[in-house]
Ligand binder design. Sequence first.
Ligand code: GLU
Length: 294
Amino acid sequence: MRYRGRFAPSPTGPLHAGSLVAALASWLDARAHGGQWMVRIEDVDTPRCMPGADALILQQLATCGLTSDEPVVWQSRQGERYQGVLQTLVDADRAYPCGCSRKDIEAALQARGVSLQRHGTAVYPGTCRPDQGGLNGRPARAWRFACSPAAAVVRWTDRRQGEQSQDVAQAVGDFVLKRADGLWAYQLAVVVDDAAQRITHVVRGEDLADNTPRQILLQQVLGLPRPAYLHTPLIRDAAGEKLSKQTGAPPLELSDPAATLGRAAAALGLPATPGSVPERLLSWTGAWRARWAP
Ligand code: GLU
């Protein structure tokens, strides 16, 4: 198997110190395995995207010596592929249209006395499931994945976090594949693209670890290979908050790229090393290989 890894930023703004850690880790893992490293711009959530952020991110990565081995892929250009996969799931009775608004969902949950919240998002009560009566005459808004409660327990081993498991039906429920605003959901897009790009290893921030079981479930249902997963530690600000654009993380300071990379490497537990950007990358590749690809 030929190693193929990727870094998949959402262009909602320029890279910050936290995103550089994920970029560096995925690049080092690819190099340590003698593999390929690709950049994919995840711009499906168009209202959250910032015009020009994609070009800026690619430039920031290049300044840090990280360039895609294959032409960069933009998710906003893959709509036909996502539609085809949604149709496959519909044909297999694993996706269905949903006519519920957020309010409908909350009301249905309240009526059942359920107060199950997950990151502020309610676990979908299954109102529009075909076996519960379907849309019942309401117009379709979103499309959801139909979890089979009997087979929704996903087990996997994260290379850093170890043995993991989640009952997706219970923890998340029938999750959205295509949103009410017509945009593709991250879960579907990421699974389709990881498969289309033949990604063998996913290395990304720990904040995304919680999505992994949904993605594995989709891979299983679609008969797609499962990549190996490694979730990297997050960088937190002085208040202990994860660094993110939402919490106002400043864009990367790149007047001294070697020093900026040095801070990202330190967050990954890699030793300080002198030299230029290429020299440091080479030295960290050796250290990474010893730890993660012996
Ligand atoms: N686009 C996602 C983000 O920037 C990352 C997706 C992934 O690596 O799976 O948070």
